[in-house]
Design a protein around this ligand. Structure first.
Ligand code: ME8
Length: 512
């Protein structure tokens, strides 16, 4: 039976255009999806957009267009961006789609049938300027957080979910599933939050129009987080007639989210699913924040990074590499143009690009544009390559992407060291295309094949260029066992450097 891997990103709000934080989560999910496919899993990779609620209603009002028109515009940009970044999602869910609404209605029907929904009065701080309620914690100096309008204490009728009834069940579930939330420090925060006591949750809004009408009571719309979380099952057909995808892929193997929305995914979502009698996701990973020059990015500080210029100039791969190499997955990291360029020049133009160019030039010259005629059994380089592969696999499976890439780059520098030590040019001069030279060059080329396989989930375009140069069949593009490069097979044409070196001054003149 095929091994299944169902991975999701958060669905993004459409009140604004995508920035580096949104790109990051989706790139990581794509890297994992590609890695799992390479390892033989049947993958389902879901992303999408969160289109209802107050934020979107307000942003549309400010622009003087209907919320659906705003959503359509921003979604167009997301589709474009995911294409530019070589994202291989299997589906894109929008919460305004009918299939999604059907899933939400079905979830609410089940929670209601379980006796977990009741109507009561919801009391909060109401801003008449924004026509919305704010919890006490969101107020700024006792006024509404966005515009500083005065607020008043008001009550409205609302449907509530009996979250309080799930405190013990959630704690028991956490105890039985010690890997449910990662990193572990974030899991502790979740557990402490639940131990602190859970209040019932208001899950409908009477003061809002832009949302899914409450089933059987269209004076209310469904609270945006109940709406949004359901995307993970509505996209699989939950609530529709065809349950095949839902049966095959649910529960999710991994919900990938930013640390800001961990509580929704680790407390509310499992409680809704328990109430509806559905299996719970296997794991939620909360990654850290991208900061800009060590500061939190925000619209009001005007320091939101939208690295479209980097994608335009370099293509997808260098940015994908930077994301995965620079951030220790789970912690915060800082984005800067200087940091990006220095990794580009040091790791890609010099490290990977130079080693590749150096080995290929020799191989072409010594063996008439073919791979060497003799492969190699044992060697110090082979031992290092096998060690790198083992470390790479362990790190990728543990979601330690920067370590996985470190292992690959150590192999690259081992190839460089091996070439310097063996000095193939001297052997060629003395012996011509001898058996010894053949074995040495085979070791180098086979190591490069392994490098290409290992980087392929992160830099698919670059891996393809290496595979265009090295004669590899489909298995050789995926498998990490030593010795799959064929002997005496024609090398592809020289395509020039993988990563042309970029001059700092010229780059910054363009960027700034
Ligand atoms: O929260 N660094 O949507 P959203 C890293 N619609 N990641 C960041 C980031 C940053 N500076 N800024 C944003 C929502 N993100 C809801 C989700 S899911 C059922 C509903 C990432 O558009 C991070 O993963 O505000 C965050 O959780 C996600 O973008 C979505 O942000």
């Amino acid at each position: 039976m095929a091994r299944i891997f169902y991975i999701t990103t958060p669905i993004y709000y459409v009140n604004d255009l995508p920035h580096i934080g949104h790109m990051y989560t989706t790139v990581v999910a794509d890297v994992l999806a590609r890695f799992k496919r390479m390892r033989g899993f049947e993958v389902f990779f879901l992303t999408g957009t969160d289109e209802h609620g107050q934020k979107i209603e307000r942003a549309a009002r400010e622009q003087g267009i209907p919320p659906q028109a705003l959503a359509d515009q921003v979604v167009g940009r997301y589709h474009e961006l995911w294409r530019e970044l070589a994202i291989t999602h299997d589906d894109f869910i929008r919460t305004t789609q009918e299939r999604h609404k059907a899933g939400v209605r079905e979830l609410i029907r089940r929670m209601s049938e379980a006796g977990d929904i009741y109507k009561a009065s919801y009391e909060g701080w109401y801003c008449s300027g924004c026509e919305s309620f704010y919890p006490e914690t969101q107020l700024k100096d006792g006024r509404c957080p966005d515009f500083g309008h005065p607020v008043e204490r008001l009550a409205e009728e609302s449907y509530f979910f009996r979250l309080s009834a799930y405190q013990e069940k959630l704690l028991a579930f956490y105890r039985e599933n010690p890997d449910f939330v990662r990193p572990a420090s974030r899991f502790n925060e979740v557990v402490r939050f639940v131990e602190g006591g859970l209040k019932d949750l208001s899950i409908s809004r009477a003061s809002l129009r832009w949302g899914i009408p409450w089933p059987g009571d269209d004076r209310h719309v469904v609270y945006v987080w109940v709406d949004a979380l359901t995307n993970y099952i509505s996209a699989l057909g939950f609530g529709s007639e065809n349950q095949d995808r839902f049966q095959r892929f649910w529960p999710a193997d991994l919900h990938l989210v930013g640390k800001d929305i961990l509580r929704f995914h680790c407390v509310y979502w499992p409680a809704f699913l328990m109430s509806a009698g559905l299996p719970l996701p296997k794991q939620v990973f909360g990654h850290g924040w991208w900061l800009k020059d060590e500061k939190k990015m925000s619209k009001s500080l005007g320091n939101v990074v939208r690295p479209d210029y980097l994608i335009g100039q370099f293509g997808a791969d260098p940015l994908r590499y930077f994301f995965l190499r620079e951030m220790t997955f789970g912690q915060d990291a800082s984005f800067s143009d200087e940091g990006f360029l220095s990794r580009y020049n040091a790791d890609l133009a010099n490290g990977l690009g130079n080693t590749f160019a150096r080995v290929m030039a020799m191989a072409r010259r010594y063996f008439d544009g073919k791979t060497p005629p003799e492969a190699c059994g044992e060697s110090t380089l082979r031992a290092k390559a096998e060690e790198a592969v083992a470390r790479y696999l362990e790190s990728m499976e543990g979601y330690e992407f920067h370590r996985a890439l470190e292992a690959v780059w150590e192999l690259l520098s081992a190839v460089d060291g091996y070439v310097t030590e063996k000095a193939p040019w001297g052997i060629f001069k003395a012996e011509g295309a001898s058996g010894r030279l053949s074995r040495i060059m085979y070791n180098c080329l086979e190591s490069l094949r392994l490098v290409a396989v290992m980087i392929s989930p992160v830099m698919p375009g670059t891996a393809d260029k290496v595979f265009d140069a090295l004669p590899t069949d489909d298995a050789g593009k995926k498998q990490l066992a030593w010795g799959m490069l064929p002997v005496s097979a024609a090398l592809g044409p020289d395509q020039g450097p993988l990563f042309p070196k970029v001059d700092d001054k010229a780059f910054f003149a363009e960027v700034k």
